[in-house]
Design a protein around this ligand. Sequence first.
Ligand SMILES: Nc1nc2c(c(=O)[nH]1)N[C@H]1C(S)=C(S)[C@@H](COP(=O)(O)O)O[C@H]1N2
Ligand SMILES: [Mo]
Length: 390
Amino acid sequence: MDRFGMSRRTLLKQGGAALTGWALLNTVPLGVAPAVLAQTGVEILPWLGMSEENRWAPVVSNQLSWGKLDSWVTPPDQFFSVSRFGNPEIDVDTWQLEIVGLVDNPMTLTMTDILTWPRQEIDFTMECSGNDGFEWLWGLIGNARWGGVPLAPLLQEAGIKDDAVEVAFYGADSGEITVREQVTTQHFARSMSIEEATNPYNMLCYEMNGEPLPTRHGFPVRLIAPGWYGVANVKWLSRIEVRSRRMMNLYMARDYVTLRKEVVDGEEAWTESSVGRSLLKSSPARVVRSDDAYRVEGVAWGQPIAKVEVKIDDGPWQAAVLDKTNVRRFSWRFWSLDWTDAEPGEHSITARAFDTEGNIQPAANDPLIANKVTYWESNGQITRRVYISA
Ligand SMILES: Nc1nc2c(c(=O)[nH]1)N[C@H]1C(S)=C(S)[C@@H](COP(=O)(O)O)O[C@H]1N2
Ligand SMILES: [Mo]
């Protein structure tokens, strides 16, 4: 028996029943090192002006150490977490997930019920929308192979009624929230439109890299919403409610809101929007040195990546080499660039990603980024500084 109280045999049998279309998404074995990353015997140069200090403990833990990056799949013990109300310990034997609200057949599912549905896996790089890339928040990202059951068939079985507008996902964790001086205790919750919620990639996830979900990543079951920022991926799921009114809670409509000045019909207008789908982004990860050869290594994610370019100081944009061993619709893509003429002294390194639709990651001074005054969804080009010794 394992942590789910199910026998290995039962789990294996269900794994074998995977729907074919989905199963084909995952052919890269876990643990394959990306070819573009330097392996052993290199010196890793530190970035200037970045801090390892964790200012947001205990909400934030385990930021990814870019300098130590050596695997495409992030091991769970190196995977960041963001937990607003602590990490509840849930007893899987008594845990239940309700699917209620505007549905024809309300459901109460146990872990055993969930395990009777065909198991699927999907590779997905999750980034917290607060991962702004500046001095303190740079490592709120990780890539994992998530296992579980697709959400859409469950919602279909529950039968969404015609007057429904959205699906809300509630976590078991809760805390105090104050609205206009009213102090309330609320569960962590986020919602999606019916169309977004029934996207075939959304998953009720119970495994991370082949193991049961660790407590801090949402044991026993979390939502995995590939292509969305971290906040949409509700952990410790306890209730799914189909609703006729939009959820306007802290995580949908107050805190996780991007505030930006735009020009509408020739006039300046402030817009506020809820943090949503992941945006095209890249970042230099580190500079490595072996003998006198230097190399810039980095990562791109958020949208399907077509190309990454790197600019050193005021030099031209140079095409980086994209990793070809690990290419997945929702996962990060590693890249590298040989830095052939590195002179002693301080240098700046900027990366920009291009997606397969031809979009370019915006520059830091692009109005899209410069006129955004909240730090959420910061996908502007990231510049890092490094010192090359004589
Ligand atoms: N129930 C619940 N789900 C949650 C959160 C939370 O605090 N409680 N944090 C969200 C945020 S802001 C992020 S970035 C991701 C982080 O997931 P991880 O901790 O597994 O990396 O979980 C999301 N889901
Ligand atoms: Mo987040």
